[in-house]
Each structure stands twice: as structure tokens, then as C-alpha cells.
Design a protein around this ligand. Structure first.
Ligand code: UD1
Length: 421
């Protein structure tokens, strides 16, 4: 298993190009299941999650070609509408095939994802929504077995805001008979990006970006070309890494409008932020003030940025409080940050972080994707060497992170870990 070795204490400086968004690319790749014609995508990030999904779709009958950051997907004949446990267990977002498979093929068999490191993460709202559209669904041997010769439009209220749930139901509804109204929908920019791609494919979607999405089903969808939006979480991660190391970094090809909650918190932490077009420059004005925050669905502060801000807060002036309201077990990084000398106390879904003068390098273990990013940031701040183990989590969601950080002046390298480590 690969590890990252980081010699900390160097400020990040320079420009970094932001990749396409993982969380937009995954549903958009699944949208290729909805048409027999080619879906041509650009700005697709080179990530393990994308490769896993393409492999899953290949088994169903979708052919793909990859070139640099482009991808062409063609699902002429979806002969096997099945997602097996072997692939689904490595990536929960595989559940996103359920809606499109059911809409296109009239049946689907998709493994239940099971729990994951950050919480229980049920898919009941995906299932309930599809049932409201007329699907017959049963759970058999760990699989969701769904049938619906023709999905029907429905009014669906989701009692929790769910990102992939909204995306799944939107993809099901575009080929349903009649009008679907999704209430309490997720407003995340990635939901909007998917909706825009679907519209290019001939879907009739309105209200995306608000909490009521209106979809009028059509008989068929056609091919389209779409550029995946920039990754706002990768953007936020580099911004925090720059601020935490008291560097001066400019993001290129980013999406400032989708990052307002994060930029506001960075300003509160004493960073100066300049937004020009799709570029964002960050540098600290003086001491790191740290920030208290509470995660919530978009447009509020994203849960996927919580761990990175916590790393920055460990060396801030004074005490800060972070409250996680989306996932019940998303403080796995706390124990690892403590190994680097951080002073953090957990009380239920709240972490109290008392700033210390500095962190000290140590061996730490990545537990999930964004927790891994926080450990890398902590390693960049810490004095001495930090070894981040189990970085396969990081490779799921960050494209060439050590190369990008290296270009900004970080002393970071990937090494092959020992067997069984
Ligand atoms: C997506 C993102 C993930 C991000 C999360 C929250 C992708 C591929 N992943 O995950 O990076 O951290 O949004 O912004 O886009 N819930 C239910 N029942 C359901 C579905 C969800 O109770 O059927 C609950 C979850 O347990 C959680 C909350 O709703 O507490 C939000 O989860 P959800 O938005 O669905 O997260 P994901 O879509 O899995």
C-alpha cells in the first residue's frame, strides 16, 4: 500500500490547476446509461472512483474511450443491468446506476452499498422515490432488485436532503411517463451540473439549483457533449493547505461561485481572497485565527471540507468548534491529528479544537477520503516528517495530489509501503 512522506513546514506558493469534479463526473458518467448515443465528456478527473465506475458500466454494456481528460461513453445495448457487490462495496456512488438502469431497461439489480467509515449512509430515500414512481423493489441476498416496465412521474418529498438520492431520482424521472416533482432536493452545484448535462441530452428539467426540481419525462434521450464542472472540494482543499502553511496560491480553472461558504470561512480565518473569473488567490494577512463552523447541505458549509478546516484550526489562535450535522461518524481524523500533537476533544457531533503552537510529524493512517486530505494538510504544517498510510483513500478523490502539491513547493513524495502495512 502506498504512503505519502511529507516534510512539513514549507509554505505553498504558485498556481495549481483544479481538476474536474469527482462528485459531478460520477453521476454524469452514469447518465450515459440513459441513451444509446455517445456521451462525450471533457474535464473528467483521472481518479480511481471514475475508473471503478467505468468498469462497472462496461459490465452492463457501456463502451468507453479515454483520452487525456476526455471520455466518450456509448451504451448502445445495456445487456446486463446489474451492479455487483464486488464493485459497489469499493464505491458507494455506484448506487447512482439504479435510477438510470431502471429508466432505460425496466429492471435493475444493484448491490446494497453497506456501511462506510463515516456513517451508516442508508439509501432508503432512493428506494422510496423509485417506488413512488411505480417501481416494484425488493431486497434479495444483499441486492436491491427493482422492476418497472415504465416508470411514472410522481411528486416525491425527500425528508432528508440527499445529493446522490436527488441525482438518482432525477435520472429515473427524465425517461418516466409524465411529470416528476422532487421536493426538498439537494441544491449542490454537482446536481446542477448533472441536470445541465441531462438537458443537453434532451431531458426536460427545471428548478435544478433550488429545492424543487421539476422533470417532464421524454421518450428517449440523445447523445451530447458536456464539460464536467471544476472540483469545489479539491479547490477548497488546496485553499486551506495554502492558508494553513501561510503560502500564496492561485487556483486556476476553479469555481468561486460554488465555494462561497468556504471562501467566507477562509476570510474569517484571516486569509485574503481574490476572485477573478475562475481563478482564486489566497494568502494569509497575519496569524491564523481559526474558524468555528457547522456543516450543512449546500449552500452552507460542506461536510467534505470539515476535516481540512480542522487541520488548519489545530494551529490557530484560541479555541474553535466544529459541528458535523450530515454524517454521524465523521471525526475519524481526530485521533490521527492528535498523534501529530493536536489538542481536540469530541463531544457528540462537535469537536473542540484548542490551538497549539505547532504540530510534530508522525506516522498517521488515512481512514476516508476527506480525512486523508486533512492529514496531508496537517503533515504540511507539522515540523519534521509525517508519513500518511493507506492513501488509496486519497487516490479515490484527488488527482495527482502529491504532484500538484510538489509543484507548489511542498516536500512530498509517494513511496510503496511495506506488505501488510
Ligand atoms: C454525497 C457526496 C459526498 C458528500 C455528501 C454530503 C457524491 C458521490 N458524494 O454523498 O461526497 O459528503 O453528498 O454532501 O456526490 N440519507 C438518508 N437516506 C438516504 C440517503 C441519504 O438518510 O436514502 C442521509 C445520509 O445518511 C446523510 C444525509 O442523508 O446523513 C446526506 O447524505 P447524501 O447527501 O445522500 O450523501 P451522498 O449522496 O451519499
Amino acid at each position: 500500500m502506498d504512503q505519502l512522506l511529507i516534510a512539513g513546514g514549507r509554505p505553498l506558493n504558485g498556481e495549481v490547476r483544479i481538476s474536474g469534479a469527482k462528485n459531478a463526473a460520477l453521476p454524469i458518467v452514469c447518465a450515459s446509461l440513459l441513451t444509446a448515443e455517445p456521451l462525450k465528456l471533457t474535464n473528467v478527473p483521472g481518479l480511481r472512483d471514475v475508473t471503478t465506475l467505468v468498469k462497472l458500466l462496461k459490465g452492463m454494456g457501456v463502451e468507453s474511450q479515454r483520452s487525456d481528460n476526455g471520455m466518450i461513453l456509448v451504451g448502445t445495448d445495456i445487456h446486463t443491468p446489474v451492479a455487483t457487490y464486488e464493485l459497489v462495496k469499493t464505491m458507494r456512488a455506484s448506487i447512482l446506476v439504479l435510477g438510470p438502469l431502471l429508466a432505460r431497461c425496466g429492471s435493475a439489480k444493484v448491490s446494497l452499498p453497506g456501511g462506510c467509515a463515516i456513517g451508516e449512509r442508508p439509501v432508503n430515500l432512493h428506494i422510496k422515490g423509485l417506488e413512488a414512481m411505480g417501481a416494484q423493489i425488493r431486497i434479495e441476498h444483499g441486492y436491491i432488485v427493482a422492476e418497472a416496465p415504465q416508470l411514472k412521474g410522481a411528486r416525491i418529498f425527500m425528508d432528508t436532503v440527499t445529493v446522490t438520492g436527488t441525482e438518482n431520482l432525477m435520472m429515473a424521472a427524465v425517461l418516466a411517463d409524465g411529470v416528476t416533482i422532487l421536493e426538498n432536493s439537494a441544491r449542490e452545484p454537482e446536481v446542477v451540473d448533472l441536470a445541465e448535462c441531462l438537458i443537453k441530452m434532451g431531458a426536460k428539467v427545471k428548478g435544478h439549483g433550488t429545492d424543487v426540481i421539476h422533470i417532464e419525462g421524454v421518450k428517449t434521450l440523445h447523445g451530447a457533449e458536456h464539460r464536467v464542472m471544476p472540483d469545489r472540494i479539491e479547490s477548497g482543499t488546496f485553499l486551506v493547505a495554502a492558508a494553513a502553511t501561510h503560502g500564496d496560491v492561485t487556483l486556476v480553472d476553479s469555481c468561486p461561485e460554488a465555494l462561497q461558504a468556504v471562501l467566507e470561512k477562509l476570510r474569517e480565518a484571516n486569509a485574503e481572497i481574490e476572485e477573478v473569473g475562475n481563478r482564486i488567490r489566497v494568502r494569509m494577512r497575519g496569524p491564523n485565527h481559526g474558524v468555528s463552523l457547522r456543516t450543512a447541505p449546500y449552500p452552507a458549509f460542506p461536510t467534505d471540507m470539515q476535516a481540512q478546516f480542522m487541520a488548519m484550526n489545530t494551529v490557530a489562535e484560541g479555541t474553535t468548534v466544529i459541528t458535523e450535522t450530515i454524517f454521524e461518524n465523521r471525526f475519524m481524523h481526530v485521533q490521527e491529528l492528535r498523534r501529530l500533537g493536536a489538542n481536540i476533544e469530541i463531544e457528540g457531533n462537535t469537536s473542540i479544537i484548542r490551538g497549539v503552537p505547532s504540530l510534530e510529524g508522525a506516522g498517521v493512517m488515512a481512514t476516508d477520503l476527506r480525512a486523508s486530505a486533512s492529514l496531508v494538510i496537517a503533515g504540511l504544517i507539522a515540523q519534521g516528517e509525517t508519513c500518511v498510510d493507506r492513501i488509496y483513500h486519497l487516490d479515490r478523490g484527488y488527482e495527482r495530489i502529491e504532484e500538484k502539491l510538489g509543484l507548489l513547493g511542498a516536500d512530498i513524495r509517494r513511496v510503496a509501503g511495506q506488505e501488510g502495512a
